[in-house]
Design a protein around this ligand. Structure first.
Ligand code: IPE
Ligand code: IPE
Ligand code: MG
Length: 252
């Protein structure tokens, strides 16, 4: 069975879900609180989403925590986000490990403080052999950065004579894109009501189902997540085929 056929016939629950966790600032501002209050409450929604994915047996959950463009925010918001990231890494890692979760930070971590990079490395090392949910936290991540870093790896191999330019194909480049060793992205959710991708998983989203909700991230609970999954399950994914072909495949 080809990977596409397999994806169609096995389509029940998504294997890989990614979420653009947006709306923290507006959630806080609606209550007359500073934006950072929303980021802190957002951590609770992260815990709930991780728990829900574990319960459903989803293989990978990728959360957009900080984009390569978010450095443009006011300095105090950026530093609060970094502190929060540091705190959450320290406080949650043991529990994630106990729950067999494999934690990976996806993005250019070189711009983070040495201390934060150290925590990231420790957390990844501790959980690297876990076999349950793969939790990918996208931090200083950009979809364009991801494609560029893949191109850089491939160019290096060409320079070293390990590859010929004619070897470069979609498949080859795919093998250098972040999370290539995990299930392909099935469902991309964005909370907070905006209808854009904001430079998230540009390559990986090629055939993902998109789901947008007005719900602000701190309010995104198990029920809201279940609605997104139910919507995904009701969709017909055609991967370029016709509806008739899909029906035939499913009838086999
Ligand atoms: C998403 O919420 C969290 C980060 C980008 C870190 P926002 O902070 O973008 O919240 P809104 O969109 O301004 O409400
Ligand atoms: C996307 O949200 C990034 C994260 C959720 C981490 P933004 O709030 O930064 O997106 P834009 O700027 O509105 O497109
Ligand atoms: Mg936003």
């Amino acid at each position: 069975m080809s990977p596409t056929t397999e994806a169609i016939t096995q389509q029940s629950l998504p294997k890989h879900v990614a979420i653009i966790m947006d709306g923290n600032g507006r959630w806080a501002q609606a209550q007359g609180k500073p934006r950072v209050f929303g980021h802190k409450r957002g951590v609770e929604a992260v815990r709930e989403s991780v728990k829900f994915c574990r319960k459903l047996g989803i293989q990978s959950l990728t959360l957009f925590a900080f984009s390569s463009e978010n450095w443009r925010r006011p300095e105090d918001e950026v530093s609060t986000l970094m502190e929060l990231f540091m705190m959450v890494l320290s406080s949650e890692v043991k529990k994630l490990h106990k729950n067999n979760v494999k934690l990976q930070i996806v993005g250019d971590v070189s711009r983070f403080s040495d201390k934060l990079q150290e925590r990231v490395a420790q957390a990844q090392a501790l959980t690297k052999n876990n076999t349950g949910l793969c939790l990918n936290i996208a931090a200083n991540y950009g979809g364009q950065w991801d494609i560029a870093q893949a191109a850089k790896q491939v160019a290096t191999k060409v320079q070293q004579g390990k590859l010929q330019p004619s070897d470069i194909s979609e498949e080859l480049l795919s093998e250098h894109i972040c999370m290539h060793d995990q299930a392909p992205l099935d469902l991309l959710v964005r909370t907070g009501g905006d209808l854009r991708i904001s430079n998230f998983l540009l390559w990986q989203a090629a055939y993902a189902e998109l789901y947008f909700t007005e719900t602000l991230w701190p309010d995104f609970n198990e029920h809201a997540f279940a609605d997104a999954i139910a919507c995904f399950v009701s969709r017909e994914r055609r991967f370029g085929c016709t509806g008739e072909q899909i029906k035939q495949l499913l009838a086999q």
